[in-house]
Design a protein around this ligand. Structure first.
Ligand code: BTN
Length: 334
C-alpha cells in the first residue's frame, strides 16, 4: 500500500472508530469494511497513533478509539466542522515559513475557495508593517484562508474588519475580560494584543483575483513565553482565562463565525456589521496618533464609518483615514 492509500485508509478508519467510541472493532471486521487486509489496518492504526491519536488495542486485535490529539491536523479540523465551504479543504503543515506565502502559491494554482492553510509553527510569520509574527510550535493558531470574492478591490480592507469581528466573537465564547478591537483589526484582551490579521490581495484595477486572509491567534502561551520586546503588550487567551484552550475547537468555532461574516459581507458590505464594529472599538473617544508611513496625524477618534474608515477630529476638522498605525495618547496629569 503506498503512502497516499495509507493516509486515506487511516482517515476512513478514524471515522469508523470514532463513530461509536465505546465499541471496539476486530481488525478483520475493519479490513472487510475498508476493503483491505488486516495487516493494512495495523499499519493504519500505527500511523494514527504516531499522529497522536490514542487507540486502544484489546484481545484478538480489537481496536477502540480513546481520544484525539489537540493538533491542527486536517482530519481534526474538518471533523464536526459545520461550515459550508470555509475549511472544507485543509492544507496542514508542521512548520512553514509563513502560511500566507504557502496560501498565495496555492491560490495561484487555483486551490478551492475557502481552503485553509494551517501550521503548528512558522519560521518567518509576518505581520502588518513588515513586523515578524511570533509563531511558536503548538501554542497558537497560524492560518490563512484562500478566497476568491467578487468584490471591488477598494472594499477588500473590509475583509480584515469582518475577520477581527469573527475573532472577537469566538474569543467572547471563552468569557475573557474586556475584548476589544484596535482599529483596523487587532484583537485585544484586557488591552493586550491576542490576535492579528494580515490580509493580502491579488487584484487589478477592477477585480480581485484572490485574497489571503492570514490570522495569528495567541492561545496557550504563558505571559513569560513571549519575547521581551512584546511581553508588555501581548497576551494569550489562556493567560487571560487561566484555562488551557483546545486549539482545534477554537479554530472550528472561528471558521464558522468567519464564514457567516464573509457571506454577509459579500452580499451587503460592512453596513450590517457597524453596530458590532462600534461595540468592540477600543479607540472611540480617545486621543490618538495615526502613523501613515511616517506622516503623523493627531486627533480624537470619533467614529468608524460604514466603509470601515477611522474618523478623526483634528485641529483642521474631521478627517477620514483608511489605513495607518494607531497609538493611544496617554493623558499626563500635571
Ligand atoms: C499583525 O497583527 O500584524 C498581523 C499578524 C498576522 C499573522 C498571521 S499568522 C498566519 C499568517 N501567516 C503569516 O505569515 N502571517 C499571518
Amino acid at each position: 500500500m503506498n503512502d497516499a492509500a495509507l493516509n486515506s485508509l487511516s482517515d476512513n478508519l478514524l471515522d469508523t472508530l470514532r463513530c461509536q467510541p465505546i465499541r471496539s472493532y476486530p481488525a478483520s471486521q475493519l479490513a472487510t469494511l475498508h476493503n483491505c487486509c488486516p495487516a493494512d489496518i495495523l499499519f493504519a492504526v500505527d500511523l494514527l497513533r504516531r499522529s497522536g491519536y490514542d487507540i486502544k488495542s484489546g484481545r484478538e486485535e480489537r481496536f477502540r478509539f480513546i481520544s484525539a490529539p489537540d493538533l491542527l491536523l486536517a482530519a481534526e479540523i474538518t471533523h464536526r466542522l459545520t461550515t459550508s465551504f470555509v475549511g472544507r479543504t485543509v492544507y496542514a503543515y508542521n512548520s512553514v515559513q509563513s502560511t500566507n506565502s504557502v496560501a498565495g502559491k496555492l491560490a495561484e494554482a487555483k486551490a478551492p475557495d475557502g481552503a485553509v492553510v494551517v501550521a503548528e509553527s512558522q519560521t518567518k510569520g509576518r505581520g502588518r508593517m513588515a513586523r515578524p509574527w511570533y509563531s511558536p510550535e503548538q501554542a497558537g493558531i497560524y492560518l490563512s484562508i484562500i478566497l476568491y470574492p467578487e468584490i471591488n478591490p477598494a472594499d477588500a480592507p473590509g475583509l480584515s474588519i469582518i475577520t477581527s469581528l469573527a475573532l472577537a466573537d469566538t474569543l467572547a465564547g471563552y468569557d475573557p475580560s474586556e475584548i476589544s478591537i484596535k482599529w483596523p483589526n487587532d484583537c485585544l484582551l484586557g488591552g493586550r494584543k491576542t490576535a492579528g490579521i494580515l490580509t493580502e490581495l491579488s487584484a487589478d484595477l477592477i477585480s480581485v483575483h484572490h485574497v489571503i486572509v492570514g490570522v495569528g491567534v495567541n492561545l496557550n502561551q504563558r505571559r513569560t513565553d513571549f519575547p521581551p520586546e512584546i511581553r508588555r503588550t501581548a497576551t494569550s487567551l489562556r493567560a487571560e482565562t487561566k484555562t488551557e484552550i483546545r486549539r482545534v475547537r477554537f479554530l472550528r468555532r472561528f471558521l464558522k463565525q468567519f464564514e457567516n461574516n464573509y457571506q454577509r459581507f459579500c452580499r451587503s458590505g460592512l453596513k450590517p456589521f457597524r453596530r458590532r464594529i462600534l461595540k468592540y472599538s477600543s479607540l472611540l473617544g480617545k486621543n490618538i496618533k495615526l502613523d501613515m508611513q511616517g506622516t503623523i496625524i493627531a486627533g480624537k477618534a470619533v467614529d468608524i464609518d460604514r466603509n470601515g474608515n477611522l474618523v478623526l477630529e483634528t485641529s483642521t476638522g474631521c478627517r477620514t483615514f483608511s489605513a495607518g498605525e494607531v497609538t493611544v495618547v496617554k493623558n499626563h496629569r500635571r
